[in-house]
Design a protein around this ligand. Structure first.
Ligand SMILES: N[C@@H](CCC(=O)N[C@@H](CS)C(=O)NCC(=O)O)C(=O)O
Length: 241
């Protein structure tokens, strides 16, 4: 059950730095890459709880909207607070970690870039999962690669260039928009295969976002783990990218 208490007691519980953030999701990257990366960078206690398809039917009923990811905030008091919906979880973690810029306008811009990437990637993942057969999937992917993806690339390359191609969307600091893009980019590159649309030569500003985040030792360490590699292999097996 979602705890919708809004008392300051609950607000204080949520803000302490020693909560364990327990992310419930399937054992692949799917739509949870940005959440996992944000948790890793936070330096706070976290755990990734994998849900297996055999257990999903029973667990589904227990989630707020019948979907994962779900974030369980396990507080020191023993109280567990539950949050669902990817954007809400990313926003929650971003605010805690100072990933929403320095002022309200920067925050609004960061949310705009984040939303654009979130929409693109959610559209891709949901369409693939919901394609009833291989032919539908192929037709969807053709349209996605010829239209949705190039539009996203063109706009994001332009905005990132306008910010100086410094690896950030807004100003010169890391934001949830940067993490979102960095977390989907390798999947998009893989998806394109030989039809290269995203590369150092073609989209240097987008690639700078990826490269900048990869310099972070915590992120680099996470990407080198067996768990990350397993999630990648399962992602490719399940979604094809
Ligand atoms: N609106 C949800 C969508 C999340 C979603 O699509 N979750 C998928 C996994 S990527 C899921 O739970 N699939 C299993 C199901 O719906 O039964 C959100 O933003 O969190």
């Amino acid at each position: 059950m979602v705890d919708s208490t809004t008392s300051s007691d609950t607000a204080d519980l949520v803000l302490t730095k020693d909560n364990t953030h327990n992310l419930i999701y399937f054992p692949f990257h799917g739509l949870a890459g940005c959440i996992r990366t944000t948790l890793i960078l936070s330096g706070e206690p976290y755990k990734f709880t994998d849900v297996y398809l055999a257990d999903w039917r029973a667990l589904k009923q227990l989630t707020p909207f019948g979907h994962v990811p779900v974030l369980k905030e396990e507080t020191r008091s023993g109280k567990v607070l539950e949050l669902a919906e990817i954007s809400a979880i990313e926003s929650f973690l971003a605010k805690r970690s100072g990933l929403l810029g320095n002022d309200f306008w920067q925050e609004s811009l960061i949310r705009m870039y984040h939303s654009s990437t979130h929409s693109l990637f959610t559209f891709l993942v949901h369409s693939i999962v919901q394609s009833p057969n291989e032919e539908d999937k192929r037709t969807f992917l053709k349209r996605f690669k010829e239209s949705n993806l190039p539009s996203w690339i063109q706009a994001h390359e332009k905005h990132l260039k306008a910010n100086g191609s410094n690896g950030h969307y807004v100003g010169d600091q890391l934001s949830i928009a940067d993490i979102k893009t960095a977390s989907v980019i390798e999947h998009l590159i893989y998806l394109c295969g030989n039809d290269v649309q995203i590369s150092e030569e073609k989209t240097p500003a987008i690639m700078a976002v990826k490269a900048k985040l990869e310099k972070d030792p915590k992120y680099a360490e996470w990407r080198a783990t067996e768990q990350y590699q397993t999630y990648t292999a399962k992602n490719i097996g399940f979604f094809g990218f």
